[in-house]
Design a protein around this ligand. Sequence first.
Ligand SMILES: Cc1cc2nc3c(=O)[nH]c(=O)nc-3n(C[C@H](O)[C@H](O)[C@H](O)COP(=O)(O)OP(=O)(O)OC[C@H]3O[C@@H](n4cnc5c(N)ncnc54)[C@H](O)[C@@H]3O)c2cc1C
Length: 377
Amino acid sequence: MLANELGRRGIAVVLVDQNPGTTQNAAANATQARTMEHFRRLGFADEVRALGLPPDFPTDIAYFTRFARHELARFSLPSSRDARQIVTTLSGSWSAAELPHRCNQKFIEPVLRRHAEALPGVSVNYGCRMTGFRDLGNAVEVQLENGQTIKAAYLVGADGPRSTVRQALGIRYGGETGITRPFVGGRMYAVHARIPEFYRAVPHRPAWMNVAFNPARRCFMPAVDGRGEFAFHTQLKPGQAENSVTEDEAVAMVQETVGLALRVEVIARAPWTAGHSLVAESFFRNRVFIGGDAAHLFTPTGGLGYNTAVEDAVYLGWKIAAVLKGTASKALLGSYEAERRPLAGLPAARATGPASARRTAQDAFSGAGRLVEPPGP
Ligand SMILES: Cc1cc2nc3c(=O)[nH]c(=O)nc-3n(C[C@H](O)[C@H](O)[C@H](O)COP(=O)(O)OP(=O)(O)OC[C@H]3O[C@@H](n4cnc5c(N)ncnc54)[C@H](O)[C@@H]3O)c2cc1C
């Protein structure tokens, strides 16, 4: 996103990413209205809205005991086709030019990459690791693993939660971590899988976000492509060793939550930690900036990590371009931290605050021992 913002303004950019390509992980699933507006400004909102679920697939959020058993509640939300239409008729307090879009990050990143690569002056390099840098005062010198050195006016570390750049700057995260609760607080287990018979076997209307509550297991499971691909996330039970979960056990966790022994084809699976609410104590030192997860890390409830990362890039993009073009003084760059850091605290609070993860966990578990599952229909 930052390469797009800078490249559009005629600023030369070298992007390096140690991964072989854009993410294959089914992580973020929710693009907020504001992010869609930024994509619209850059000219590719329609391209993004065409991705992910089929155009007529409802983006409902639905709650079940098990997906093939009782439906408990449902928020009805429009399909992407309806969203295009609805936004033209909205009035009153809703002033966004785009509605949110439920689409997995793995589909969106290639769009950002393609548009960045098409810009003159933008060089996108995957499979290329940054190993270190030196702030020279009037430039930054960046060392790459392949032995190359790059000299640039500024360096931005959008290098994720373990950010090499943040750590090299000696900037620490502040806030809460290691928050444990019965759900989305502690060690989670992700199973990215295909369940080809899901929509034929499950007797409920499709939903984008499927949430299951039952005494055996809780999970949230967004639909990735609306044709049987899902990102299943459950919390491991106390004492359940994450590294010894076998493929059969992962499949059994999914089947148990569906409530039917459907065929589950595992694409990827891994443990991850929920329960972070962290914001870096500073977002820059001199010519070196951090943004995205490098600068703030939220438990992914509320769909904010990727959206906040996009917004960081938007803020940094126009400011760096204005300074490099001489239309603003260097002091403008300090406003990045002044504006973004307090805002990063809001999703952090929201992700663990009453509206989200903590509430999700408490509401259903305030009577943990009393959660009784009725027999299947
Ligand atoms: C299960 C789950 C669900 C989520 N759901 C949502 C959601 O619905 N909505 C939402 O907004 N967010 C969600 N998120 C969060 C979202 O995925 C992240 O906030 C987002 O990916 C952050 O983007 P980023 O670019 O800052 O970091 P990353 O996506 O982590 O990218 C960092 C990149 O830096 C590269 N890198 C690191 N070190 C180096 C180095 N030394 N040299 C070169 N390259 C390097 C890495 O290869 C990586 O590609 C979710 C996360 C998870 C785990």
